[in-house]
Design a protein around this ligand. Sequence first.
Ligand SMILES: NC(=O)c1ccc[n+]([C@@H]2O[C@H](COP(=O)([O-])OP(=O)(O)OC[C@H]3O[C@@H](n4cnc5c(N)ncnc54)[C@H](OP(=O)(O)O)[C@@H]3O)[C@@H](O)[C@H]2O)c1
Length: 276
Amino acid sequence: MITDKKVVIIGAGNMGGALLGGIRRADLVPPENLLITGLRPEHLETLAGRWGVGWATDNVAAVQSADIIMLCLKPQAVAAVLAEIADHLDPAQLVISIAAGIPTDLISKGIRQHNPIVRVMPNIAALVDEAASAICLGQYANETHKTIAAHIFQAVGRVFFVHERLMDAVTGLSGSGPAYIYMVIESLSDGGVKMGLPREVATALAAQTVLGAARLIQETGIHPAVLRDQVTTPGGTTIAAIHDLETRGLRSMLISAVVTATERARELSALVPDHA
Ligand SMILES: NC(=O)c1ccc[n+]([C@@H]2O[C@H](COP(=O)([O-])OP(=O)(O)OC[C@H]3O[C@@H](n4cnc5c(N)ncnc54)[C@H](OP(=O)(O)O)[C@@H]3O)[C@@H](O)[C@H]2O)c1
């Protein structure tokens, strides 16, 4: 449904590049309708060449031919780019922003028009089409815009719809979450190495264990506590380890990590200048 739309990705860095890859792998938009922008011509030329799309360093020229404008900039770069493009937008153009902590009303203020705005918080697993992306709508966005955004982000993983006031909590859970899980995998691997496993085997076993456990939750829909009970033999090894994890506060630690990251996301949002 968006194959006939022209899409420009402003700020084709890590996430912008990952989204471009997902859009092309899913063939959502033909290459001739895709344009990426950034600051470094050599980087843009390489990335655009890989997917057969157009590239530009001029954001103003790039947005003029677009139906959908995807802002994939760092939060601190958003204000300047909005100021740059504001006078060149058509009110029908859909703006999709993944900039952490930038509310949709601030984007509306920045462009000084009532364009539909959709805000999304994906995560780095977009690189392997396994992102968890939360989507919320700004004041002027409707169901059509929501569907378009969902199509784009489904190309790189799973999509969830939340109210905008919950976006900081999403950042604290799934936006930052891959880093927590890397630490879990690394620690499990260390445990394996301590008990004699070669490092490569230990890391591969740990990563596959996390992947498998996650897929079981997704594919069965069974509550994680029930799945845990199913693998916990009375008097066995797993309950011994669970006792250890409970004593050392694993659950409390992870809850606290999400709370702390959410609060930090709120603090960072408050620092965004009003003229974004
Ligand atoms: N990475 C993640 O895991 C993740 C997860 C969820 C959300 N996000 C959000 O996604 C956004 C992008 O993050 P990222 O990790 O992809 O950052 P990034 O790799 O730095 O990408 C940002 C890109 O914007 C380009 N840029 C800077 N100023 C520009 C301008 N005036 N016009 C056009 N392009 C410009 C940069 O070009 P140069 O490279 O030449 O400087 C860079 O390629 C952030 O707001 C972040 O919060 C990221």
